[in-house]
Design a protein around this ligand. Sequence first.
Ligand code: UT7
Length: 334
Amino acid sequence: MLPKKIDAGVLGTGFYVPDRVLTNSDLEKMVDTSDAWIVERTGIHERRLAPDETPVSELAFQAAKRALADAGTSPEELDLIIVATLTADCVCPSAASILQDRLGAKHAAAFDLSAACSGFVYASSVAAQFIATGVYRRILVIGAETLSKYVDWEDRNTCVLFGDGAGAAVYGPVEEGYGIRAFDLGSDGSGADLLGIPASGSRHMITEEIIRQRLNRIHMAGQEVFRFAVRAMPATLLRSLERAGLSPADIDWFIPHQANIRIIQAAAKRLAIPPEKFIINIGKYGNVSAASIPMALAEAAGEGRFHKGDIVALAGFGAGLTWASCIMKWAKED
Ligand code: UT7
């Protein structure tokens, strides 16, 4: 028999971005673009770039240390580490296993989760299941990316969008009625070709021809993904809200995936959520895929914006295609 359901919530958060800033005016010197175009069409002013020699597990490590300190949790207490990423250190082993060793999390299981920009919300829902059943009590969930290593720096359609960084949350049992109240996950693989890195796995081995065609770089059908995103993000959020017995008006804070300010504004209009309830940091960091939502969550939590009992909603979408949302009742004391 499974034990009684235990509510799972955030015990601590942390985020990390590399020091190097790439501004829109830097990009003007690299491709045919302008600061005005990038700001108007995306809302992005600058993004962070990891050094060439820095793997994603290092960004994850820095964010993890901060989240563990915030949660008052030692690495030895961790039962599980999940890293949501599409830019792991290598195809095998997982970034989570490398991170587990780096942290000295001797008792933790570890795996990566691949759901692109929806990855952190997917991973949070996985963590909630282990906690709900009483199987695990301390789970570190991280979204971390080094997208700059996969960007085609000659393609102005994509190179202006992405950045590097990591955001982390420690999940554990919380007071009854708090923590994750509901979530919604989904996928439509018929859109797999719209966004991805075509030659990064077992379909195409890397050859000189693949490199010449730049198939080992990010490819995106921007307008199609845009159209998908403006439908998918509000739809998934409404499903999560319904499962939680709530409506958009009950949301205190909404953290959308930070892909494009126009997608966020379209969601705001469709859901009638006032702009002051949105947590937005796309201007500083660009689109950091799986790291976008946890970075925004950790930054806002660090600024003391959330209070116990606040309804915090997360919603993301991305390659796959995938989408995910969850509704939390903030459990952490101020
Ligand atoms: O997190 C993963 C999910 N990804 C997303 O959500 C991305 C979704 N898509 C988007 O955010 C937008 O489609 C983009 C920001 C990628 C592009 O914006 P857009 O308004 O859809 O532009 P567009 O692709 O329709 O291009 C309009 C024009 C084109 O020129 P012409 O053909 O009208 O002469 C592009 O070549 O803008 C041009 N363009 C640029 N111009 C200056 C495209 N990129 C740039 C650029 N600088 N960086």
